[in-house]
Design a protein around this ligand. Structure first.
Ligand code: HEC
Length: 153
């Protein structure tokens, strides 16, 4: 073994060692940092699910009921608060009625579906003309607020 190749081997060995150490340092540090900086991912996907533990803000729901949402007429344009029929059924007694509309659905579940997917259950004697924009135009909290308001009627 010549002196030259001996040096080269030592140099190569040191180079490989330092590369391995550098690789360890760069791969381990960010993952350790990631573990401590990212909050636990426990946000369940609640879209389409009625969370009964969150009752919703009925006062906010009352406001929303009278507002134009997604460029559509307000809920109150089509729904009276008494039993009068406008375009849709009047909301008097909706909390009891909602409970028994669809077998297996609670009142809150029925109201949720009525708002986000109105064509899913069309009330007898009415046309399927309720806009289906509300799922896109309302946040889940706003939908829950509307449900809380309707249940309070
Ligand atoms: C353009 C008119 C129109 C608008 C606006 C409208 N709806 Fe309706 N809605 C209807 C009609 C018609 C029905 C009955 C047919 C059906 O079941 O889809 C109905 C049905 C319902 C029902 C079921 C009632 C029952 O007796 O079972 C609920 C609840 C409801 N709407 C809530 C709302 C809410 C909340 C809004 C506002 C975010 C709204 N609607 C906006 C026309 C409308």
């Amino acid at each position: 073994m010549s002196l030259r190749s001996f040096h080269w081997q030592r140099f190569a060995g040191l180079l490989i060692l330092s590369l391995v150490l550098a690789a360890c340092a760069t791969t381990e540090q960010p993952s350790a940092a990631r573990q401590t900086s990212v909050p636990p991912r426990v946000q369940p996907d609640t879209s389409g699910v009625t969370d009964n533990s969150d009752p919703g803000d009925a006062a906010r729901g009352e406001q929303l009921f009278a507002e134009s949402i997604g460029g559509m007429p307000s809920c109150s344009t089509c729904h009276a608060l008494d039993s009068a029929q406008i375009v849709g059924p009047g909301m008097a007694g909706i909390s009891e009625r909602a409970e028994s509309r669809v077998r297996g659905q609670t009142a809150a579940e029925y109201l949720h579906t009525s708002i986000v997917d109105p064509g899913e259950y069309v009330v007898e004697g009415y046309q399927n003309v309720m806009p289906d924009v509300f799922e896109q135009s309302l946040s889940e909290a706003e939908i829950r607020a509307l449900i809380a308001y309707l249940l309070s009627l």
